[in-house]
Design a protein. Structure first.
Length: 193
């Protein structure tokens, strides 16, 4: 066995997908969704992982500012405005972070524009869902509704992790809810300072 042959057996070649334009990648993602091909490794890297990262970030990172605003001001609309500003800022930040992290060629994760867009949109979506209840003028009702929405978001995140990444329900719930609880505790601490 020559050194070249030995090196080839030690390092198996991995075939990276051909570079696509943004338009081709979006068409490929839509095709995969229409054909229920949502569990392929390629789909997980290009769509599910950036979407889940955004949803998790938006759902968890915006909790403290929103609930701190609600607890300190006792004005649901102020909490709504802070929540929307936080969700917007987090969405832009996460989109740029994901889009600028790599060009997709080396990792095979696809277009940075598509990944960044998916991450940013899902971050905004995750941060907005539990912000909407603060359009309710009664603070107590707004808080109770927001708690229910947050619980739904966390179960949804755990379900996505279970479905696509094979994480056990129990472990996923413990991790996701644990993170949410830590952020909520921060909101209580700062909201009652």
């Amino acid at each position: 066995m020559t050194e070249d042959t030995q090196a080839q057996t030690l390092e198996p070649e991995t075939e990276l997908p051909a570079k696509m334009t943004v338009k081709e990648e979006i068409a490929d993602i839509i095709r995969a969704i229409r054909q229920n091909d949502d569990s392929s490794h390629n789909f997980l890297l290009r769509v599910v992982q950036p979407g889940l990262a955004g949803l998790m970030d938006g759902s968890v990172s915006t909790l403290a500012p929103i609930f701190t605003a609600a607890f300190t001001t006792h004005q649901p609309y102020i909490a709504f405005l802070i929540g929307m500003a936080t969700a917007t800022g987090a969405g832009i930040s996460m989109a740029l972070s994901e889009g600028l992290s790599d060009d997709g060629e080396l990792t095979g994760r696809g277009s940075p524009v598509v990944r960044g867009s998916i991450t940013g949109i899902m971050t905004f979506f995750g941060g907005t869902l539990h912000t909407l209840p603060f359009l309710i003028t009664n603070l107590h009702l707004a808080l109770v509704t927001a708690y229910i929405v947050v619980a739904f978001e966390l179960v949804l995140i755990a379900g996505i992790r279970h479905r696509y990444f094979g994480t056990s329900w129990l472990l996923s719930m413990l991790q996701v809810v644990g993170g949410g609880v830590l952020v909520f505790i921060a909101a209580l601490i700062f909201g009652n300072a």
